[in-house]
Write a protein that binds this ligand. Structure first.
Ligand code: ADP
Ligand code: MG
Length: 364
């Protein structure tokens, strides 16, 4: 049982700054996902928590203890990597035993812990096999097993599912989530995949170019992205974005061929900012095609359909309003003829506005 607290953590490799002023608190028994594009510093941050990388500035605490100078083996953590890092010449059982042996765990206790982990992960029939006799999913389960037999206070995962095919990834995603809930262990999970982050995390922390962008529950960051980066990064299909200018009276925003009124909820925040450059964001589900009722205040916009992507349960439609691209989702049994013009309704209460300069969210 332990919280993990990063206070003003920085990391430099020589002159190159990789993490800047990272403040992040992972609560006891929380599943925190650290997400961001490749190269943003996720692994570096996790490796600093693990003790595999030195901290340049700031402090990292696990439980009550600052661990900056504590070696990895004394931090009470277990880490699972993308490359399963199993010993190829050892059986599954020996792989699971390895960490316990180093800690001089008594034989009976070792057998009990391995039996328990194998049962939880459904790998009992595999215990006498070598890693090369296992599928990718089975190997990843063994890697998880090796992490859980030690009963650490904190689990660290670095893209553990990236080597698996799409279907197995979805299955393992659910298994890891269940495992964390069952074991009630604090977890920090690193991924570049925003869907993985949204589906697995109690909270998610979005990192970009070594800087923390936002921390919140999946729904909080989805509904109230703090800046343009988060708005564009979280959600599939991604949020529609339109560069626009606020009119002199701050009553409407004008983009290339599309003008929208400023919704009631944002008027106070925008008062006096007439003429400002903004970026407007609208999620696909807030562009409502004919046949569905919009929620709250809405305006009609005529759009021309450019592409329709059938997914079975819905069709993702790419359309244009003037020069502005709008993606929305439609019932598959409604026609979406390419080249046709249809009236959609834009839900104004769901409009996000960002300052074009600072890229920060405008309004509450
Ligand atoms: N040992 C190192 N020496 C120099 N630069 C490094 C080292 N490790 C990582 N980096 C750089 O730090 C940045 C972040 O890397 P990393 O934490 O691996 O990103 P992520 O896991 O988000 O893809 C990258 O630009 C990478 O090149
Ligand atoms: Mg990485």
């Amino acid at each position: 049982m332990a919280a993990v607290v990063l206070k003003d953590v920085t990391k430099r490799f020589g002159a190159v700054s990789v993490i800047e002023g990272l403040d992040l608190e992972i609560r006891d028994r929380e599943f925190m996902v650290l997400v961001g594009p490749s190269g943003c510093g996720k692994s570096t941050a996790l490796r600093m928590v693990a003790g595999l990388e030195e901290v340049t500035g700031g402090t990292i605490s696990i439980g009550e203890r600052v661990v900056n100078d504590v070696p990895p083996k004394d931090r009470d953590i277990s880490m699972v990597f993308q490359s399963y890092a199993l010993y190829p010449h050892m059986t599954v059982r020996q792989n699971l035993e390895f960490g316990l042996k180093i800690r001089k765990t008594p034989a009976a206790e070792t057998a009990r812990l391995i039996g328990e982990a194998a049962q939880i992960l459904g790998i009992e029939p595999l215990l006498e096999r070598k890693p090369k006799e296992l599928s990718g999913g089975q190997r990843q389960r063994v890697a998880l097993g090796r992490a859980i037999v030690r009963k650490p206070a904190v689990f660290l995962f670095d893209e553990p599912l990236s080597n698996l095919d799409a279907k197995l990834r979805v299955q393992m995603r659910a298994e890891i989530k269940k495992l964390q809930a069952r074991l009630q262990v604090t977890a920090i999970y690193v991924t570049h995949d925003q869907v993985e982050a949204m589906t697995m995390g109690h909270r998610i922390a979005i990192l970009h170019a070594g800087k923390l962008q936002q921390v919140g529950t999946p729904l909080e960051v989805y509904e109230r992205p703090a800046n343009l980066f988060v708005a564009a990064f979280i959600g599939t299909p991604p949020m529609n974005l339109m560069e626009a200018t606020l009119d002199a009276g701050a009553a409407s925003i004008q983009g290339a061929g599309l003008t929208l009124p400023v919704p009631a909820g944002l008027r106070a925040a925008l008062a006096g900012r007439g003429g400002a450059r903004v970026v407007a964001g609208l999620r696909p589900e807030n562009v409502v095609p004919p046949g569905r009722e919009p929620r709250g205040e809405s305006v009609e916009v005529a759009v021309t359909i450019e592409i329709a992507e059938p997914l079975g349960d819905e069709v993702v439609v790419h359309a244009k309003a003037g020069e502005v691209g709008l993606v929305f989702k439609q019932d598959p049994h409604r026609e979406a003829a390419v080249g046709s013009t249809v009236p959609v309704r834009v839900e104004l209460d769901a409009l996000h506005l960002f300052d074009a300069g600072s890229q920060l969210r405008l309004g509450a």
